[in-house]
Design a protein around this ligand. Sequence first.
Ligand SMILES: *Cc1c(COP(=O)(O)O)cnc(C)c1O
Length: 379
Amino acid sequence: MQNGHIMTNNMIKLSKSSIGEEEKKAVENVLNKEYLGMGSEVEKFENNLSEFFQRPCVCVSSGTAALQLAMEASGIANGDEVLVQSITYVASFQAISATGAKPVACDINPKSITIDLSDAGKRITHKTKAIMPVHYSGGVGDLDEVYDFAKKYNLRVIEDAAHAFGTLYKGKRIGSFGDLVCFSFDGIKNITSGEGGCVVTENTEFLQKLKDTRLLGVEKDTDNRFLSKRSWQFDVKYQGWRYHMSNIMAAIGVEQLKKFPNFAKKRKQLANIYNNELKSFNSLTILENDYDYVVPHIYPVILSQNIDRKLLQIYLRENGVETGIHYQPNHKLTYYKKNIRKLEVTEKIYSKLLTLPLHTELAEKDIIKITNLIKKFPE
Ligand SMILES: *Cc1c(COP(=O)(O)O)cnc(C)c1O
C-alpha cells in the first residue's frame, strides 16, 4: 500500500485533456496578433471541421450552447416538448429548458444506455417537437431507428453527440449525416478548444440562423468578423445570445483536430483492452460498443447487483484509481422532477453505473492495473 501523498501523485485520473506545445504556440500567436474575439481562427476551425464532417458547421461557445441554438434554429420554443433520455449530462436538459421547451425524460436501452424508443413512443403528445438522442460514451445505439421514429412522428432530431466526436456508424462519421448534430469541445472531450462546441447541419436556413443567433442575432455579423470587421448597421430578427467562439479557443481546436487521428486510435485501443479484460468477468457488464468504430469519450461499466459501487469506488481510490458516475438521472433533480412517470430501467441501472479512467495519456499497463484491482475486489 502506498501512503496518501504518493497516492495522489500517482493517481490514475478519470479523464484529462491532452495539451502539447502546439496548442500553447497557437494561443501565443493569437495573443500576439491581439485579435482575441471571433475572427479568422474561428473561420479556419470551422473550415477544418467542415472538411472533417464533409458538411457545414457553426462553432459556438460550448456544447450546451450548440444544443440550445440548434433547437432554436429548428423552431423549438416555449411550450414544446423534447424527448431525451434521463441518463445524460444535465447540459442536455438545461439546453432544452433554455429554449422554453420541456425535456421529457425517457428510459434507456440497458445495453447501450441510449434512448429506449418504445418508452419514448409512450411519451409523445401533440406538443412533442423533437427527439434528442444522446450518444452515450461515444456509441450511438440504433441511430437509424431514431430517424425512423422521428419521421413517423414528424419530429426534428437534435443529436447530442458531445461524446461521439469521430465515431463511425454503419461506415459514416457521426455529424456527416442527420438533422442537427451537436458536439462539445470542453476540456476533456475527444478534442478540446478549451471550452466550445459546434452544430453540424446542411440546412442553409438553420445555418444562417445559427450564425446570427450566436452573435446576439446581429444579421450577417459572422461574415464581417471573419474579415476582422464588425457590423455597425444591422437588423435583428430573433432572440440571440453571446454564444460565439473566440480566436483563442479556435486556435486550440485547430491543433487538436490535427492530433485527432492519434487520439482516436489511442482511445479505441484502451477501450478494447478494457473490453478484453472485463468481457468474461461476471461481476459487471460492459457496454455493447464496438471500439473498432466507436471513439469512446468515457468507459462506463454496469456493476452487478451484489457489488456496492460506493465501496468499490473507495477501494479503487485507495489504490490510486479515480472513477466517476455518468450520470445521475435528470428526472430526479428538483428542477426537472415534476410530472415524470417511473423510468424502470433507468432506476435499476443508474446506481450500478461506474466510469473507469479513459484518456489519451493512459497506457496498457494502467488499464491492466485497474482491471486487476476490480477483479480482486471482494463482493
Ligand atoms: C459535455 C457534454 C455536453 C455539453 O457540452 P459543454 O461543452 O460542456 O457545454 C452535453 N451533453 C453531454 C452528454 C456532454 O457530455
